[in-house]
Design a protein around this ligand. Structure first.
Ligand SMILES: Nc1ncnc2c1ncn2[C@@H]1O[C@H](COP(=O)(O)OP(=O)(O)OP(=O)(O)O)[C@@H](O)[C@H]1O
Ligand SMILES: [Mg+2]
Length: 308
């Protein structure tokens, strides 16, 4: 039997090629990159890495192809101490890939991506032992069928379930009733509220019965709704060179905070801090801090709150 992990992530993994561009290109142009970087990516995978950097024991379940990119994804995850023994390998498929243009001035990213030729992760491919034995489950909306099955089983077994709600696609609404925390992007918020704003989006999300709903707002931080009411938590001030993966990192840090049993406000502040720190380096993972480093920034910009 596999051992009990603090966090199991179920969902999407990728390899990101990140190029820093001096300005956004027009059509039919040749543009020399300032810099090229190759890092692991994917919402659930990078959130799992974040939990690992913060000191938790972690496992990841997703799907990879039998090519070099698949092998690289495994190496990068394992190198962070993430258990990858239940990752599903489709030997004949081409793996996921993203090319990301990072604007040198603003640090904002434009992402071009493909799943390769991989089929979606199926519920019957999940190592349910790792799903039901974790303390916290992190799922994304890129592998909805697997996410729904995992969320249902983990919640029934007593784990806290956090979803990175990126976009509404087929099967995503079915995951939500099994989630304790629905933590959404602005895109998802716009979709679920049909453009009626963040507050309406939070109210729509709360109808699925979570303990809290959150919308992340980039550099502006996040807003949340729970039984305790509505809160706004502003983002941390950093020199942002690349926002790629900020949302993924926010979710990993948020789940860490949930497992520490902090209140929703402290969960939001902690996740804002960790996600902001990620933005200080190029790529989805290079800038993810450890716990001590995160506590340092919190001490500077959110003094008086106890995160120890
Ligand atoms: N420029 C920034 N400065 C400080 N913090 C940031 C910045 N950009 C993002 N963050 C932090 O990261 C969190 C998540 O960012 P964002 O809302 O852009 O995620 P997202 O829309 O899910 O995108 P992705 O998943 O592609 O990173 C924010 O709530 C905030 O805490
Ligand atoms: Mg996101």
């Amino acid at each position: 039997m596999s051992r009990r992990f603090d966090v199991t992530g179920v969902g999407y993994t990728a390899i990101d090629y990140l190029g820093v561009i001096p300005h956004f290109p027009e059509e039919n142009l040749k543009l020399e990159l300032d810099r090229l970087e190759v890092q692991g990516g994917g919402p659930a995978a990078t959130a799992t890495v974040t939990a690992a950097r913060l000191g938790l024991s972690t496992a990841f379940i997703g799907k990879i192809g039998g090519d070099d990119r698949g092998a690289m994804m495994l190496r990068r995850l394992a190198g962070e101490g993430v258990d990858v023994s239940s990752v599903v390998l489709d030997e004949d498929a081409l793996s996921q890939f993203a090319f990301i243009m990072v604007d040198a001035q603003s640090g904002r990213r434009t992402i071009l991506w493909t799943r390769g030729t991989l089929e979606p992760l199926r519920p019957d491919e999940l190592d349910m032992e790792k799903v039901v034995s974790c303390r916290g489950l992190l799922v994304d909306t890129l592998e909805p069928a697997a996410a729904e099955a995992a969320a249902r089983e983990a919640a029934a077994a007593g784990a806290k379930v956090v979803i990175d709600a990126g976009t509404i696609r087929d099967g995503v609404r079915e995951i939500l009733p099994h989630c304790h925390y629905i933590v959404a992007s602005e895109t998802f918020a716009g979709e679920i509220s049909e453009g009626r704003g963040e507050r309406a989006a939070l109210e729509e999300m709360m109808k699925y019965g979570p303990e809290a709903a959150v919308v992340t707002l980039g550099e502006r931080g996040c807003v949340a709704l729970s039984d305790g009411g509505y809160i706004e938590e502003k983002g941390f001030k950093v020199d942002a060179v690349d926002t790629t993966g900020a949302g993924d990192v926010f979710h990993g840090a948020f789940l860490y905070a949930v497992l520490r049993e902090w209140d929703i406000r402290r969960c939001c502040i902690f996740a804002n801090a960790v996600a902001a720190m990620k933005c200080r380096a190029l790529g989805g993972r290079a800038g993810i801090p450890g716990l001590a480093e995160a506590l340092e920034l919190l001490g500077e910009q959110a003094p008086g709150l106890d995160f120890a």
